[in-house]
Design a binder for this molecule. Structure first.
Ligand SMILES: Cc1ncc(COP(=O)(O)O)c(C=O)c1O
Length: 375
């Protein structure tokens, strides 16, 4: 049979490597309600080619929603509806870089973004991440040496480490971008998924400088199948994006999906759904970390997002451990998957978003067996 979903999981294996929401948590009923609301309005304009920047009403509703979540004003004129973060990264590279330009990325980082940067023939240089996020002092040395066009960061609940960039480092990063005139591409896909104290303000707070493009997505706060998100940036930056050939030819991204999301916000369903996600993921994160405390691993307890990043016992390589783990019926993502310079061989990423608590505990038990067998 031809497939319909990107990833199908193997029977009997607990796949702690996936970075997806659980199928049965996806908001089928809320979406049905929102679609019925929108379709009943008798206005077919969302079936027409859409405005390049995205539906103006959605941009206005989204700005008000984000302002409520971020606790600072968000201007709808500084929002562009994208096809999600991945598409936004592609668009940003297309409009703001030339082949051979340098992009600085975190090590470790979201590995699939690297392929997008390679597609645009960018030179990838990496900067370390610690428990307070991207190391901005190290970045400052690299910027002087490499004169990057872009710096790609996942500032909040980073994939894979879970680290959040501190408020001081955010300020320092923006100052550095102003001094050296590079663009900060802030992938803020997990910013609204916090389970503990709120993170420092989104980098959207700095768009007026013109140095920041903050990328958001409905993938993790609603459903990956919407394939929609947004870019917050100063209006002149967004004008540049709107001149992209594909946007000019086809219009804004998915007016149909945008129309339904617009009703999700108008009906108050989106914040309700996100609150439910936070409650579920908080409980899952603590089930996973409680179970992990019995294992000879160290990790930063996650404050949000989807992931826990493990440091394995000395001398244990995660690729080797993975082979043993598969035999025990559990999988994870080996650390070097996330590392442009292959520096993360002793690390492993586990996801707590996909499985309920019982499966997470069983997955950790199997992982423990694999670690002991390998040691
Ligand atoms: C850091 C990060 N960025 C982007 C994405 C993908 O975003 P989208 O579905 O909006 O393309 C993911 C999904 O795992 C992610 O973890």
């Amino acid at each position: 049979m031809l497939k319909s979903v990107q990833t199908t999981l193997a029977e009997g294996v607990i796949e702690l490597g996936v970075g997806h929401p659980t199928l049965d948590m996806l908001p089928l009923e809320f979406m049905q309600q929102a679609a019925a609301h929108r379709f009943a309005q008798g206005d077919p304009s969302f079936l027409q080619y859409g405005a390049e920047w995205g539906d103006g009403v959605l941009r206005t509703e989204l700005a008000a929603f984000l302002a409520g979540q971020y606790a600072f004003p968000v201007d709808p004129e500084e929002l562009f509806i994208s096809g999600g973060v991945s598409q936004a990264l592609d668009l940003v590279c297309a409009m703001f870089t030339q082949p051979g330009d340098t992009i600085i990325v975190e090590d470790p980082t979201y590995f699939l973004a690297l392929d997008i940067f390679r597609n645009h023939r960018l030179k990838i240089v990496s900067v370390p991440v610690d428990e307070h996020g991207l190391d901005v002092d190290a970045l400052s040395t690299l910027v002087a040496a490499h004169r990057p066009r872009l710096v790609y960061t996942i500032p909040t609940h980073q994939n894979p480490t879970g680290a959040t960039l501190s408020a001081e480092r955010r300020e320092q990063l923006v100052r550095l971008a102003q001094e050296h005139d590079f663009l900060i591409v802030a992938d803020e896909v997990y910013h609204l998924l916090s389970y503990g104290d709120p993170p420092p303000p989104s980098l959207t707070a700095h768009v007026a400088t013109g140095q920041v493009l903050s990328l958001g997505s409905f993938s993790k706060i609603l459903a990956p199948g919407t394939r929609l998100g947004w870019i917050s940036a100063r209006a002149d930056r967004l004008e540049t994006l709107a001149r992209n050939g594909m946007v000019a030819s086809g219009g804004g991204f998915s007016p149909l999906g945008s129309a339904v999301i617009r009703s999700m916000i108008e009906l108050g369903l989106l914040p309700r759904y996100i609150q439910g996600l936070r409650d579920t993921f908080r409980a899952r994160a603590s089930a996973l970390t409680d179970a992990l405390r019995a294992l000879p691993v160290t990790f930063l307890p996650p404050q949000g997002g989807y992931f826990v990043w493990l440091t394995l016992p000395d001398g244990l390589d995660s690729a080797t451990l993975l082979e043993r783990a598969v035999a025990q019926g559990v999988r994870f993502q080996p650390g070097n998957r996330f590392s442009p310079d292959q520096t993360q061989g002793h690390r492993a990423r586990l996801c707590f978003a996909y499985y309920a608590e019982t499966d997470l505990r069983e997955g950790v038990r199997r992982l423990g067996q694999a670690i002991h067998a390998t040691l």
